[in-house]
Design a protein around this ligand. Structure first.
Ligand code: EPU
Length: 418
């Protein structure tokens, strides 16, 4: 297992190229199952989760080849319809093969993901939707077992907008007989990117990115060819890096239109943004100002940016209230930030962050992907050395994180943790 050693306190300056979005690439890789033939996906980040999805597709019988951000997936020989527990437990997004397998092959068996570090994370809405489409869905010995002759279009309402639930049902509905309407669908840019990729396969989808999505089923789809959108959460994370180090960072390949809420909140905290041909220039203040934030589904402030934002607020002038409404247990970073000298208390889904002048380095433990990112952000501004253990969490979602940080002047090392 690796750990990161970060010596904080430098003002970071320079350019960072943002990678393709993990959470767009994963469903689009799963979508390749809807057709027979070779799909081509570009700008796929080299991440642990991407390789896990590749392994899962290979387990189902697909050819998976990845080289220099390009993934080639051939699906002529799919002959296994089961996502086993060992793969699903390392990556919840494995559930994304459920909709495509069922729609294309009429059967699927996927291990139930179970809870994780950020909450219970049920999949009841995925299953409810598939049943509405006419599938027979059973739970057997920890697995979801689903069958159908052919899915049939239906009207589906989500009690809560779910990102992967919307994606699973959108994929399933592309091959259903008739029209499906998803109400209160998730509006995240990754859902839109999936719809764009599905359109290259011949799928008929209207309204992706809005809360009502209409899918007119077709009999057959062809392999997809698509280039993944830039990762808005990686971009937002580097924005907080500029903010906490008083840095001056140019983000290349950054879609500012996907980051409205994040940019507004960081603007309140004192960061400046200048858009231009070469990218987005982000300038951090001498000291950030306190700002309240509440996570809500897109276009609201993303839960995936909450931990990194809290690291910034930990050193801000004044007190900030950070409210998490998407996941019930997404404050795992708090205890670690407190070990660095932060003054944060949590009650219910609300964290009260009293800004301290400076954090100090400490030995820390990464717990989940975005919590780990927040510890990196905090460490970059802390006095002295911080050691972050279990950074395999970070490797699930940040491509070449230490190389990118080093390029802008950070003192970061990856070493083997004995
Ligand atoms: N929910 C249900 N029932 C369901 C599905 C979801 O109650 O059947 C609830 C969840 O418990 C949660 C809320 O709905 O309270 C929203 O969860 P959602 O389903 O949208 O989350 P997800 O699809 O499992 C994706 C991202 C997450 C990101 C969330 C929220 C992928 C692969 N994962 O998860 O990304 O936090 O949306 O935006 O797209 C990450 O990248 O670090 C990450 C955790």
């Amino acid at each position: 297992m690796d750990k990161l050693i970060i010596r904080g306190g430098r003002k970071l300056r320079g350019e960072v190229a943002i990678s393709g979005a993990k959470n767009a690439a994963l469903p689009i890789m799963a979508a390749s199952l809807l057709a027979s033939g070779e799909s081509i996906i570009r700008r796929v980040p080299h991440l642990r989760d991407i390789m896990t999805m590749g392994r899962l597709l290979a387990h189902l019988g697909a050819g998976f080849h990845y080289e220099r951000s390009k993934a080639l997936i051939s699906t002529e020989r799919i002959n296994v319809f089961e996502a086993p527990y060992d793969l699903v437990r390392t990556m919840r997004a494995s559930i994304l093969v459920l909709g495509p397998l069922l729609a294309k092959f009429g059967r699927a068996k996927v291990s139930l993901p179970g809870g994780c570090a950020i909450g219970a994370r049920p999949i009841n809405l995925h299953l409810m939707g598939l049943e509405k489409l006419g599938a027979e869905v059973k739970l057997e010995a920890g697995y979801v077992v689903a069958r159908t002759r052919r899915l049939k279009g239906a009207a589906i309402y989500f009690d809560t907008p779910t990102v992967t639930g919307t994606e699973n049902l959108m994929m399933a509905a592309t091959l259903a007989k008739g029209t499906t309407v998803l109400e209160n669908a998730a509006r995240e840019p990754e859902v839109v990117d999936l719809a764009d990729a599905l359109a290259t396969m011949g799928a008929r989808i209207r309204g992706a990115g809005e809360s009502v999505v209409e899918i007119e089923g077709v009999n057959e789809l062809k392999p997809l060819e698509h280039s993944i959108i830039p990762d808005r959460i990686e971009a937002g994370t580097f924005m907080t890096v500029a903010g906490i180090t008083g840095g001056d960072i140019v983000l290349k390949e950054c879609r500012m239109d996907h980051l409205d809420a994040v940019v507004m909140k960081l603007g309140e905290a004192g960061l400046q943004f200048h858009g231009g041909e070469g990218g987005v220039r982000v300038i951090g203040p001498a000291r950030p100002k306190s700002t309240n934030v509440k996570t809500i589904p897109y276009p609201g402030f993303p839960t995936d940016m909450q931990a990194q934002f809290m690291a910034l607020m930990a050193v801000a002038e004044g007190t900030s209230i950070v409210k998490e409404t998407v996941f019930e247990n997404r404050f795992m970073h708090v205890a670690e930030l407190v070990r660095m000298g932060a003054d944060i208390t949590v009650e219910g889904g609300i964290a009260t962050v009293k800004g301290v002048g400076r954090l100090h380095g400490a030995p820390l433990m990464a717990t989940d992907l975005r919590a780990s990112a927040s510890l990196v952000v905090a460490a970059l501004a802390a006095k002295g050395e911080t050691e972050i253990r279990r950074i395999y969490h970070l490797d699930r979602g940040y491509e070449m994180i230490e190389e990118k940080l080093r390029m802008i002047g950070a003192d970061v090392r990856r070493v083997k943790d004995e």
